[in-house]
Design a protein around this ligand. Structure first.
Ligand code: HEC
Length: 123
């Protein structure tokens, strides 16, 4: 899976940020994604990988289901805990890609890795 907004994530920054706040991601990750009681989204450590496919799955499925599908933590963040599933709260994949585009604007170096999964369970 790939983010259709990768060519211009900056154009989605504001709308993606609004959605990020509307889904209460900020309660755990901070308003700008810098972390808080949960891992920062702005640093180079990506627990399961920085690529689009993995990040989409983590947010939609949550930690428990992602691990059931064979993913393992490949990096340890400052905080280790389960991410809840948002697949039923975020109604469309389009909305989720917009949120991910916002995260990319907060973590520009991760753009280099959107197509390189750190792991590909089941393949
Ligand atoms: C209840 C707290 C909580 C909420 C709400 C939450 N997260 Fe998370 N998130 C976590 C935790 C804890 C982790 C670490 C998961 C792990 O280690 O398995 C995480 C991990 C992540 C990661 C991977 C970070 C990394 O460094 O690899 C992303 C991306 C992410 N969350 C995005 C979101 C988005 C987008 C939302 C809103 C739709 C959201 N989170 C809502 C707790 C939360």
């Amino acid at each position: 899976m790939h983010n259709p907004y990768n060519d211009d994530v900056d154009a989605m920054a504001e709308i993606g940020h609004k959605k990020y706040l509307s889904f209460s991601c900020n309660g755990c990750h901070g308003g700008g994604g810098g972390g808080g009681m949960c891992p920062p989204l702005t640093n180079d450590a990506w627990v399961y990988g920085a690529d689009d496919d993995t990040v989409f799955r983590l947010i939609a499925l949550g930690t428990d289901e992602l691990k059931k599908q064979g993913y393992k933590r490949v990096r340890t963040e400052v905080v280790v805990g389960p991410m809840p599933p948002f697949g039923t709260i975020i109604k469309t994949s389009d909305d989720l890609w917009k949120v991910i585009a916002f995260i990319r604007t907060k973590n520009p170096s991760s753009m280099e890795k959107v197509s390189t999964p750190a792991q590909t369970p089941g393949e």
